[in-house]
Design a protein around this ligand. Sequence first.
Ligand code: UD1
Length: 336
Amino acid sequence: MNILLTGGSGYIGSHAALVLAQAGHAVVLYDNLCNSRADVAQRLAQISGHPVPLVQGDMRDTDLLARTLRQHHIAAVLHFAGLKAVGESVAEPLAYYDNNVGGTLSLLRAMQGVGVRTLVFSSSATVYGEPRYLPIDEAHPTSATNPYGRSKLHIEEMLADLVASDAAWRVACLRYFNPVGAHASGLIGENPRGVPHNLLPFVAQVAIGRRPSLDVFGQDYPTPDGTGVRDYIHVMDLAEGHLAALDFLAGHSGWHAFNLGTGQGHSVLEMVRAFEAASGRAVPCRIVGRRAGDVASCYASAEKARTMLDWQARRALDDMCASTWNWQQQNEKISS
Ligand code: UD1
């Protein structure tokens, strides 16, 4: 099948592109490169042995999207493109609604015009807001605590409205927990600009000596060691979840939401220890105050994806840390 990946040169999109290419699909990347590099397409071609075209374009360019869908005879779209920094979304909400919600609207118009009606959307566990119970299943109430989360929620709801209006649509919203790790080749991975906001990229930069220590945001949470607990999932497992969702949509129309997580929670200090073991480097920590907006614990019930998609995460914490470390070492020169 010919598949378009918006945001395809980004962290999660690039790993999904690889898994799809290796499963025999023809992938086309569509990206404005605002948070990724053009050479990702060559790297994917190098690993997969298949050509990986990259169309450089913006999500809000509906004409270019429609031309790309037609030109490459696209049958399904995986939609990763979007801004994703929580703090930035609070400071610049309009940029988030414009890129994320406006960009998706533009994509849906292009798809409708061309007659492509299969979509897998990159959603987030952030749509659950403050957890009311654990593990979080897909029936958990949704809410948002910042413009980034609200943009994801608006998109999910927009997709549900679209599906209700036309039964030919097939839509899967994949609610990611905390993606970490990299492909074993060390050729693709997460390349945050500036100071990383997420835990593992920051830990990796401390381990390699680029930053002196990790600030641990709070040790007074009601968790076993007092630090925040999250459901970290290997990005290759996450990527395989997209292949499973596409296979599912081949047999099911309608709107569907699936959690992609492991179902296991790990604390900040557990992650630091696992990273020290994988890298053989020390990761000095400083306990500081809580980060605004953080919750104590958040982890998934991954049962729905297991039963309906026949998918589950297989890779363990040591692989998540070792592959992050491998990528960090190989890319020390290009990351800024
Ligand atoms: C964050 C976002 C979430 C987004 C997700 C994307 C916030 C409040 N939440 O989730 O909306 O969907 O990233 O991946 O920004 N930590 C430290 N020190 C650090 C960084 C993190 O102690 O320098 C701790 C955090 O307090 C948390 C854990 O590490 O307990 C994971 O943090 P992070 O990687 O930012 O993920 P989330 O907070 O789950």
